[in-house]
Design a protein. Structure first.
Length: 437
């Protein structure tokens, strides 16, 4: 039965994937999906916040904004109108290790989408008054993030665990760093990193690979420069003891994150840890949800999961609750984590987690847009594993593997971040004292 399920998953995920490298060094990856009527394209640039120096903190995200502010051929309004007038979407995001500009249109408008995005990437004007306008917008965005307790909790733990490095600092920058960035710095950053050999163009859905390669060749010519590796600030792990980090907000509930350092994207330990996440906090049947929510009614929801970068990661349990319930929940979470490390998981739990992982993986990459995102990040990071490879790796995990990784993960002290009303911090520190003894 399991073998048949895996075969069905592979058949469902199958697609015609092609890859070309232009003379300029630009990489083009496509997946033709004959059942789709849409064209999804992303321009993935191999630079993000972890590549920034302290004086350029927030430059990747700032540049993402200003590249929408007009080119030699189009005004800011014309950029948006070109895509929206055919019913499409255009947007971008900045991450720790890459930046992506993307558009989704009908297959008949593929040429237009590529033209607009390529024009933005190669021919933006980055005018001084547009930089100042976006500076104000980004400062508003920073304020908006500061009002989100989940964002604040995540920032607390990443800074504690990774320090003042590109992984530890927020992608968006700080009020101080954004205020200090000059137009000249942003333009130099653009010219240094937005070069063909540092860009991958990925398209899925109704895509003609050869036509796309020909269109891109006219935009991206060889820059005459040898390939440069983006600057990477070495990651550091600061905390060797349990830490409780709090930020007070006038809110009704506490937002909490109990976080451990975990392996990076290419580490095989992630397979048992991924299944561990599902067993402990991956839905309404998970151990922590049943114990904390269903049996005791202490919170509306609680989940566990991981964030993985190329060479490092975070594994966390997250929940929201009333302040007077926080210590009780923390005690239950501690007991639940250490129980897995000491006693392992049952065969039924392992089987359910594998089925859940298989289904979630297939469903999450069913459409052309998520497939485009996965292909783009994989191309930038050099990850040649297929979805079938990932499913096989999860299927090979044993109960002993999960227990061993749980013992290793929970064998070092966690960081607890709490955002919300004032809480009894000393009581929380007592619960975490001498972790995991």
């Amino acid at each position: 039965m399991a073998r048949a399920s895996r075969a069905a998953a592979r058949a469902h995920l199958g697609g015609e994937v092609r890859r070309s490298v232009l003379p300029s060094g630009l990489r083009v990856v496509t997946e033709k999906m004959r059942s789709s009527q849409t064209f999804n394209v992303g321009l993935f640039v191999g630079v993000g916040s972890r590549h920034e120096s302290p004086s350029l903190h927030g430059a990747s995200h700032f540049l993402e904004h200003v590249l929408f502010k007009g080119t030699r051929r189009r005004s800011p309004e014309e950029i948006a109108q070109a895509i929206e007038s055919v019913g499409g979407d255009i947007n971008a995001y900045t991450a720790k290790e890459h930046t992506c500009f993307y558009a989704r249109v009908l297959g008949t408008d593929a040429h237009l989408a590529v033209d607009v995005l390529s024009d933005m990437i190669t021919s933006s004007t980055i005018l001084a008054h547009e930089v100042e306008a976006e500076r104000a917008v980004i400062l508003e965005e920073i304020a908006m993030h500061a009002d989100d307790p989940g964002e604040v909790a995540q920032e607390l733990v990443t800074t504690q665990l990774f320090g003042d490095t590109g992984l530890g600092l927020p992608v968006i920058g700080s009020e101080k760093s954004i205020a200090a960035l000059s137009r000249q710095q942003i333009v130099r950053y653009w010219r240094r990193h937005y070069v063909p050999h540092n860009i991958a163009v990925v398209a899925t859905g109704q895509v003609d690979h050869d036509h796309l390669v020909g269109q891109l060749d006219s935009f991206f010519s060889a820059d005459g420069q040898p390939p440069r590796t983006p600057r990477r600030v070495p990651r550091t792990t600061r905390s060797s003891d349990a830490a409780v980090l709090t930020t007070n907000r006038r809110l009704e509930q506490c937002t909490s994150s109990l976080t451990f350092p975990s392996p990076g994207l290419f580490d095989d330990r992630r397979y048992p840890l991924g299944l561990l996440s599902l067993i402990l906090g991956g839905g309404m049947a998970s151990r922590l949800f049943v114990e904390v929510r269903e049996r005791r009614g202490l919170t509306y929801g609680i989940d566990a999961g991981e964030t993985a970068y190329s060479d490092a990661g975070l594994w966390s349990v997250d929940w929201q609750c009333a302040p007077d319930k926080l210590a009780e929940i923390l005690g239950l979470v501690r007991a639940g984590l250490l129980d897995v490390a000491e006693s392992g998981v049952t065969p039924d739990e392992l089987a359910r987690a594998k089925g859940q992982m298989r289904g979630q993986t297939v469903l999450s990459f069913e459409g052309p847009y998520p497939r485009m995102g996965r292909l783009g990040v994989s191309e930038l990071l050099g990850d040649d594993r297929t979805i079938g490879d990932l499913l096989d790796s999860y299927d090979a995990v044993t109960a002993a593997d999960i227990q061993a990784e749980a013992a290793q993960l929970f064998g070092r002290p966690p960081v607890l971040a709490v955002v919300g009303p004032r809480v009894a911090r000393r009581r929380l520190e007592t619960i975490l004292q001498d972790w995991p003894a």
